[in-house]
Design a protein around this ligand. Structure first.
Ligand code: HCR
Length: 384
């Protein structure tokens, strides 16, 4: 039934929220939403979804050929989608509106070394507040793997759904045993937020995304919802093509939130029905004030405990403090300095790899991680 996921006291504010998004395009994070749809988690935590299957990430380094590495990257990528796009429904009951990070907000974490897979480290920094842009760096130094990317969103409203165009890309760099690097450009799918009318939003992926290797191998992934390929939600088809050819060397099909198979052999390709590994985060007492969980702790508690007045009071405190910072900077003629990333207007790796598959746009800006692999565990001790 329409509005059935909305608590009765919030039905009219949900209707007002829906009306405001219907006539709005741009940055959704700035709209005030009713309390039942608020998530206690900041968007800076989202990059952790890239590595909740650290074994599959590490396995990329163990693949021996260019083709096998491209297959391993595709397998890892598809296996991240369930966490990226359905985990809020599982944990919080529906997709929710994440906390809108402040400029300079930080999130650090790691996945421990188990059975020789190496430790994987995560560094996230909010590099823009308006529009929200999140930069991340994930590396497994002992396996010679580093993923660097940034994420922003452009939203519009169509046919009762929110359409989210993801802006940004990720580059995975793999150190090769004989020296040199192989690089993979990962583009991001388009999202549709459905179920708004019922007050229980969920994500469906749409259109096509690509993984282009510097070796020439290309994965083309097509996403469909209910009523297409298999009639099931969260369906995808992926095709792997060799350098300079459009004839598929491998084809995969399935649903990204459960299993998929290799269409030639019938064998299972991805299976995310087993538990994932959440990122390990240090204790709150050791955190810098700008680390996400410390910064938002009182707001998050208010949301979790249903004390929305406290949540909104605490949120206003953070926002006012931010406004004051910006005013002080302006008065001093200074601007905010990023801690871990440097903005560059065009990413040469993106340009080189996008050219190989006529990727659009031909160039994109990026945020380059300023330190190297081995520094990531120690960057936690950030200056005040
Ligand atoms: C669109 C979205 C914020 C951005 C979230 C992103 C795209 C962030 C990068 C991650 O890698 C993947 C990802 C997953 C989320 O599905 C997506 C969010 C879904 C909702 C949220 C909107 C800003 C909030 C809309 C409010 C609705 C729920 C009423």
């Amino acid at each position: 039934l329409p509005g059935e996921g909305v608590p009765s006291a919030q039905k009219s504010s949900w209707a007002t929220f829906l009306k405001s998004i219907a006539s709005f395009s741009g940055d959704l994070s700035s709209l005030t939403a009713p309390p039942f749809i608020l998530s206690p988690i900041s968007l800076t935590e989202f990059p952790a979804y890239w590595c909740e299957r650290p074994d599959l990430f590490a396995a990329i380094a163990d693949a021996k050929t260019e083709k096998d590495r491209s297959i391993a990257v595709l397998k890892w990528f598809i296996s991240t989608l369930k966490g990226q796009y359905t985990s809020r429904n599982e944990k919080l009951g529906s997709e929710k509106k994440p906390l809108n990070p402040v400029l300079g907000e930080l999130f650090y974490g790691h996945w421990p070394d188990v059975n020789g897979r190496g430790q994987t480290n995560l560094v996230v920094e909010q590099v823009s507040h308006h529009p929200p842009i999140t930069a991340y760096y994930i590396c497994n130094p002992s396996k010679g793997l580093a993923l660097q990317g940034h994420s922003a969103q452009k939203t519009s409203f169509s046919g009762g759904s929110i359409i989210v165009k993801q802006i940004g890309h990720a580059i995975l760099a793999v150190d090769l045993p004989g020296g040199g690097k192989e690089e993979f450009l990962i583009t991001l799918p388009r999202l549709r937020i459905d179920g708004l009318w019922y007050g229980s939003p969920y994500i469906e992926l749409a259109e096509t995304s690509y993984i282009q290797s510097s070796s020439g191998w290309l994965s083309t992934i097509e996403y469909k919802g209910k009523g297409y390929f298999s009639g099931r939600s969260h369906s995808f088809k992926a095709v792997l093509t060799p350098p300079g050819s459009s004839t598929a060397a491998k084809k995969y099909e399935g649903v990204w939130h459960e299993t998929s198979k290799d269409l030639d052999t019938g064998e299972t390709f991805t299976d995310v029905t087993t538990p994932k590994e959440e990122v390990t985060v240090g204790p709150l007492e050791n955190m810098h004030d700008f680390e996400s969980r410390k910064l938002w702790q009182h707001v998050a508690r208010g949301i979790r405990e249903g004390d929305y007045d406290a949540a909104s009071r605490e949120k206003s405190k953070i926002e006012n403090e931010q406004r004051q910072r910006r005013r002080d900077e302006q008065a001093a003629g200074a601007s905010w300095q990023l801690l871990h990333f440097e903005h560059i207007p065009s990413d040469p790796v993106y340009e080189r790899l996008a050219k190989k598959f006529n990727g659009n746009p031909p160039t994109e800006d990026t945020y380059v991680f300023k330190h190297n692999h081995s520094q990531t565990p120690s960057v936690r001790s950030v200056p005040a």
